[in-house]
Design a protein around this ligand. Structure first.
Ligand SMILES: [Zn+2]
Length: 448
């Protein structure tokens, strides 16, 4: 037979080979046999994946298990480069091949159970850990962005009101925030925007009051939104919900020229016929140069101190004689001078009061007798006083530098309630005055 012939040829060839070769050959065959046995044993084993000594699942072999574990860890490493599982992961070779699970299932089971710890950069405010981001560079960049987000110009020196430090912390990896989310958190902005649905009978003013924001802020958050365009069912974005964690303080010194206007003086003249007035002296605007030290918190002016003031031109008051035989029902006192900006639509939004010319620090008197219902910071209005005069009439005095009354106090007509300033969203010292009748702002010029 052909095969036997070949075998014979082979034997003959082998016998011709030296002894060393024959010995080597048998060792080689033994090794091949051993590996065969080992692989047979191996193929009847499986790999148990354990977390802190407890079996989570059994898979085909260690390589499969490690691939899945590495995939999960690599996913976490995107959050921070120092992520480590909190549980000890071990692999045990077991004989049984029972209850083998797929790679996908192992991934699911591990994802449910594994937690991770990372060395991250924590931002501590007044000693308390507030947010964690992936590393120190990110934390520092984030704080710089926070400062810039309230920038008022290169002439301002910017710092934080609170003690802020960046420290290395060990945290669970799901506490590590993206730069954007961390920035919002520090600014006190809600991560998710909140909306309000306009109901029948709502006025812009009602909604603003209800959410403790000013009508201006509401309109800023909703471009194109005006009292006229408001519709029932319309969703509007709410703003200014939370307290900021870090407050950004900007300070500067600024020298400006300001017009000065003196209040009109009225003299009664019994010789003038009823209803007549006569101008005795025409008023003239004055001019002064003032150097202020300005402090702004989170982009809004909170303090303005006069460092130096120089009169460039004296102002002259307008003096008017009025008939003593007046019959007109008494109106409120005008709390300011010339109208700088009238009531009504301005740059696409409602200006709910009048801006009256008054110099910084001059005393503001109450429009009429009444009860103080607000005395404090009120969003874009800055330092603000509201007085309830009864019969649904409320007057508002905004951007004050000083408030000298408190909520619940009763005031007389003309009584000092504070001083003119530029707090809140204000471009310079003036008095923003509002007359609100039954919840709706009216043109104050009809009431003074
Ligand atoms: Zn105004």
């Amino acid at each position: 037979m052909k095969f036997e012939k070949q075998l014979d040829t082979c034997k003959a060839w082998l016998q011709k080979q030296p002894k060393v070769f024959k010995q080597g050959m048998s060792v080689f065959l033994a090794v091949v046999l051993l590996f065969g046995v080992i692989s047979m044993v191996k193929s009847s084993t499986a790999c148990a994946v354990e977390l802190d000594g407890k079996v989570v699942a059994v898979v085909k072999n260690k390589k499969v298990a490690e691939t899945v574990v590495n995939e999960l860890i690599n996913e976490e490493l995107k959050k921070a480069s120092t992520v480590k599982p909190e549980q000890a992961i071990t692999y045990k070779t077991i004989k049984s091949k029972d209850a083998l699970v797929s790679e996908e299932r192992l991934k699911e089971l591990l994802a449910q159970r594994l937690t991770y710890e990372a060395t991250a950069a924590g931002i501590k405010v007044r000693g308390g850990l507030k947010v964690a981001v992936k590393d120190k560079a990110t934390a520092e960049q984030l704080l710089e962005k926070l400062k810039q987000s309230y920038s008022l110009g290169p002439e301002y020196k910017v710092s934080f009101q609170e003690d802020v430090e960046v420290v290395e912390v060990k945290v669970a990896s799901d506490r590590i925030l993206s730069e954007e989310t961390a920035l919002k958190r520090l600014k006190g902005e809600s991560d998710v925007p909140r909306y309000y649905t306009v109901k029948e009978g709502d006025t812009l003013w009602d909604i603003a009051t209800q959410f403790k924001v000013s009508p201006d802020e509401l309109q800023d958050a909703n471009p194109g939104f005006t009292p006229e365009s408001m519709q029932i069912g319309q969703k509007i974005k709410m703003v200014g919900a939370l307290e900021p964690i870090i407050n950004v303080v900007a300070t500067t010194e600024k020298t400006v020229q300001e017009e000065t206007v003196l209040p009109q003086q009225v003299k009664k003249n019994p010789n003038l016929p009823f209803g007549q007035t006569k101008v005795i002296q025409v008023g003239e605007k004055g001019l002064k140069e003032v150097t202020y030290q300005i402090v702004a918190v989170n982009g809004m002016e909170t303090e303005r101190k006069v460092l130096n003031s120089k009169v460039l031109k004296e102002a002259k008051p307008q003096i008017v004689e009025r008939s003593a035989q007046t019959m007109v029902a008494s109106r409120g006192a005008r709390p300011g001078g010339a109208v700088l900006s009238p009531f009504g639509m301005r740059n696409g939004r409602m200006h709910t009061g009048v801006d009256l010319a008054r110099s910084y620090g001059s005393v503001v008197g109450a429009y009429n007798s009444g009860k103080v219902i607000r005395a404090g910071w009120y969003g874009a209005y800055g330092k603000c006083v509201d007085i309830d005069h009864g019969s649904g009439v409320v007057t508002r005095y905004a951007h004050l530098s000083v408030i000298s009354v408190s909520v619940g106090q009763t005031v007389e007509k003309g009584q000092a309630i504070g001083k003119v300033g530029s707090t809140g969203r204000s471009s310079g010292p003036h008095l923003h005055f509002e007359v609100i009748v039954k919840g709706t702002p009216r043109n104050p010029l009809n009431y003074i």
